[in-house]
Design a binder for this molecule. Sequence first.
Ligand SMILES: Nc1ncnc2c1ncn2[C@@H]1O[C@H](COP(=O)(O)OP(=O)(O)OP(=O)(O)O)[C@@H](O)[C@H]1O
Ligand SMILES: Nc1nc2c(c(=O)[nH]1)N=C(CO)CN2
Length: 199
Amino acid sequence: MNSTPTDPTVQPVPASVTAQVDAADSTLSNPRWAVLSLGANLGNRMETLQGAVDALEDTPGLRVKAVSPVYETEPWGVDPSSQPSYFNAVVVVKTTLPPDSLLERAHAVEEAFHRVRDERWGPRTIDVDIVSYADVVSDDPLLTLPHPRAHERAFVLRPWHDVEPDAQLPGVGAVAELLAGVGEDGVQARGDLELRLPE
Ligand SMILES: Nc1ncnc2c1ncn2[C@@H]1O[C@H](COP(=O)(O)OP(=O)(O)OP(=O)(O)O)[C@@H](O)[C@H]1O
Ligand SMILES: Nc1nc2c(c(=O)[nH]1)N=C(CO)CN2
């Protein structure tokens, strides 16, 4: 049976769908580098951080390429005596997931470790934030890139600098310079602890 352009069953594909599929196709054939920040200040912090690294590596379309040293850090953004200290680290990944799927996966990892969201900057078993995704800059509140507070957080910049000394926070500046600007108070290297890079 012939279908002609006037066939009412052949609907044009909306431009927004075409754009989304094209974007997904180009991401699939072109893996991107992304940097994720991990933080934990409830429960067994090391076990949870390692579990999060392993869960990320178990994600189809995502490979963990580098894992930073672990830092014990004062809670940032709140009275530091009001919460337990955090363990923080960053991971550098290469991924064919587009940014929104990477965020979904980050949230799934948080849920797997029973993260509860009640108060802003409240204590948590695990927090997985997307610090940067390739050179993408976006002010979408659902996924702001780079992370809107990464440049003021030594608990992100210090471990990132360890694994990528020449890194740039897209649209903001060199990680080394941002780190020099914020200083390293309240950020203590835990040389006695180490996260394993999945095999
Ligand atoms: N780069 C990003 N990484 C992770 N979440 C983001 C990002 N940009 C925007 N968000 C949005 O922020 C929401 C709240 O995130 P979350 O609960 O992790 O915040 P938080 O860790 O308490 O604070 P902060 O955002 O300051 O780290 C998420 O549901 C997500 O939609
Ligand atoms: N030290 C430290 N402080 C924080 C952290 C964190 O991971 N480490 N995460 C927060 C919300 O993302 C708020 N405050």
